[in-house]
Design a protein around this ligand. Structure first.
Ligand SMILES: Cc1cc2nc3c(=O)[nH]c(=O)nc-3n(C[C@H](O)[C@H](O)[C@H](O)COP(=O)(O)OP(=O)(O)OC[C@H]3O[C@@H](n4cnc5c(N)ncnc54)[C@H](O)[C@@H]3O)c2cc1C
Length: 610
């Protein structure tokens, strides 16, 4: 490993960046992009250039202090602040779509929950690309991770924080840990969920391919090195390699297209300081601009559906109709409750005196609420939430609404199989120990935390893991400065409404469980007049209040847009490596899977270079 001159930095001026010849150009220095950059530049003979639209925020406390992440949302210095088109399945609402705009990308703005999908999710992926089964991707989870500080779990919390060391890495760049600070109500919620689901045990190893059940999850927070700080792809993969002479990173540079010579990618065009610049590559261009911008850049480069490109005034160079299709997101819906007198949540911690105490604690020993993230969660099979008749009706809805090509038919069948599977985590649940306003937050996520609470509250949410709805992201103009049209198509499939409603109904029962009922004063949202135990009323609510879990994926899907080695079909020298290559959604939060995809992609690129 070459670290070069310690005084030099990979982050450079545009003049310096343009003065080099690169073997690989990576477009987007986000979660996946920086993994690939770090792995490829391990060979000192390989020169790697990264072009990132955002800035270097690695030392900014907003990024490094875990609890401050909500404050970055909807601020253009951190967030792309995308908007969706009006959502016809959600009363025409325009949803905010936050994406990290800085080195580290969304791993630098996200809510830090460290979760992996189920074994079956990746086995299903292998139907769209050889080499992506659970057995084949599992080593790349361990490769990116170091699980630290497990000895810091208190005796009381220990039973709620199960893990098996064999499922975790201990030398990877991304630091994971359990929360040290937790809201006292979290364990009661876990017990209430278990009581209603009839579960007598917790998952043994939630990161080992089976996470059905309830537990306090890991978070991407360092407890060992720079204690109490966010571990992002920038801190994990760039900071340790910042002195490499063969790695150059340009910030504040907006990629506008991939340069093609015929159907071969030869470089990239970008705008920096108002100037249009071009950079060429000897080997490959790696597109890692994320789920919304990677398909946009392909289309701006003339790769995509000829009709869509023609409408936007872009000449089609490589027809590839799957680009920008297959957008899938996890949708959330849930309820907010006021707590009884004497029962507290994060709401009281946010009061001025308490927050000052927490700030002092964070400064002193990097612990307390500011060094924590929301992490209590669980997964249940849909088949366990509804009776056989409702299950059959939901599966029939998917069968009868089937449209599209053979790949979409396979995807629909996989969803049906998972909904029927009594061991599949097809619905995720979580508790946010604060009063949230889910209804307002859909349109402006900075309004998620309700500031005007007289009593402490909690919000419990249900999350659809295998959406049957399919949305899209497409250019509407050849102007690279304009956002693409983002349509997640929330709740446009009746099966999605049915699954999410069943989750909301289950949580209403949890609120009445013996572990919670004497701690909750009343439900404040949805209005108590709504009977959430009635599936049709719960369905109306989810159609009204759903919003993103921040997990959009699938817009340059493996099998449709890329091959199994993530090479763009019909183009030489161009790969996509980010959340857009997911062919189908996974159960759980997706950052860990993006890291694993990027680690595996780096190996594929190295193998293909030989
Ligand atoms: C608010 C929020 C909360 C989340 N919470 C969690 C969580 O708790 N747990 C979890 O597992 N997942 C979470 N996620 C999801 C997860 O963080 C993302 O899915 C993942 O990080 C995406 O990685 P990526 O590499 O695909 O894209 P990104 O990390 O978004 O990287 C794309 C990069 O490309 C850059 N870029 C884009 N366009 C251009 C351009 N034209 N030119 C140059 N650069 C460009 C961007 O600035 C960015 O740096 C959350 C996401 C968000 C936004």
């Amino acid at each position: 490993m070459t670290h070069g001159n310690a005084a030099s930095s990979a982050i450079c001026s545009v003049q310096e960046f343009l003065s080099f010849q690169y073997d690989y150009i990576i477009l987007g220095g986000g979660t996946a992009g920086l993994v690939v950059a770090a792995r490829l530049s391990e060979d000192p003979n390989i020169r790697v250039g990264v072009i990132e639209a955002g800035q270097d925020q690695r030392q900014n406390p907003m990024v490094t202090c875990p609890a401050l992440c909500p404050q970055m949302i909807n601020r253009p210095e951190y967030d792309w602040c995308h908007k969706t088109v009006p959502q016809r399945g959600n009363q025409g609402k325009i949803h905010a779509q936050c994406r990290g705009k800085m080195l580290g990308g969304s791993s630098a703005i996200n809510a830090l929950m460290y979760v992996r999908g189920s074994r079956q999710d990746y086995d299903d992926w292998s139907e769209f690309g050889e080499g992506w089964s659970w057995a084949e991707i599992e080593p790349y989870f361990a490769k990116h991770e170091t699980l630290g500080g497990t000895e810091l779990r208190t005796q009381e919390d220990w039973p709620f924080m199960p893990f098996q060391p064999k499922s975790h890495g201990n030398t990877g760049p991304v630091q994971t840990s359990f929360n040290q600070w937790r809201c006292p109500l979290e364990n009661s919620w876990i017990q209430g969920c278990e009581e209603v689901a009839g579960l007598s045990s917790r998952p043994e190893s939630p990161w080992g391919g089976d996470h059905v059940g309830f537990f306090s999850s890991l978070v991407s927070i360092d407890r060992v090195g720079v204690k109490g700080t966010r571990s992002s792809s920038a801190s994990a993969y760039l900071t340790p390699n910042i002195g490499r002479q063969n790695l150059k990173v340009l910030t504040d540079a907006l990629v506008t297209k991939v340069i093609l010579s015929g159907s071969t990618a030869t470089g990239a065009q970008f705008i920096h300081g108002g100037e249009v610049c071009e950079v060429s590559t000897r080997k490959e261009v790696i597109l890692a601009c994320g789920v919304f911008k990677s398909p946009q850049i392909l289309e701006l480069s003339g790769i995509g559906d000829p009709e869509i490109l023609q409408r936007a005034g872009i000449e089609c160079v490589v027809p590839l109709p799957g680009v920008g299709e297959n957008l899938q997101d996890h949708a959330i819906s849930g309820s907010t409750y006021e707590l009884r007198n004497g029962v507290t949540s994060l709401d009281s911690l946010l009061k001025p005196d308490n927050i000052m105490e927490q700030q002092k604690k964070y400064m002193e020993d990097q612990t307390g609420a500011l060094a924590a993230a929301s992490s209590c969660m669980g997964f249940l099979p849909y088949a366990s939430l509804v009776n056989e008749k409702t299950l059959a009706e939901t599966c029939d809805m998917i069968l009868s609404c089937q449209e599209g090509n053979a790949s979409q038919t396979t995807k629909s069948q996989q969803i049906i199989d998972k909904l029927r599977d009594p061991h599949s985590g097809s619905v995720q649940f979580s508790i946010f120990p604060a009063t949230l306003n889910l209804e307002k937050a859909a349109e402006d996520q900075s309004l998620l935390l309700d500031p005007n609470v007289s009593r402490d509250g909690i919000t419990i949410v249900s999350m659809l893991q295998y959406p049957a709805s399919r949305g899209s992201v497409h250019v509407t103009t050849s102007n690279p400065l304009a956002d693409p049209a983002i349509d997640p198509a929330y709740m446009t499939h009746p099966a999605d409404v049915a699954v999410l409603a069943a989750g909301v109904k289950y949580l209403e029962r949890v609120s009445q469980s013996s572990h919670l009922r004497d701690k909750l004063e009343r439900r404040i949202r949805p209005d108590p007049s709504v009977d959430l135990l009635d599936l049709s009323q719960a369905a109306e609510e989810v159609e009204k209040t759903c919003l993103t879990e921040y997990h959009p994926c699938g817009t340059c899907a493996m099998g449709d847009v890329t091959d199994h080695r993530l090479r763009v079909c019909g183009v030489t020298g161009l790969r996509v490596v980010d959340a857009s290559i997911f062919p189908t959604h996974i159960s759980g939060n997706i950052m860990a899977t993006v890291y694993a995809v990027a680690e595996k992609a780096a190996d594929l690129i190295k193998e293909d270079a030989v």
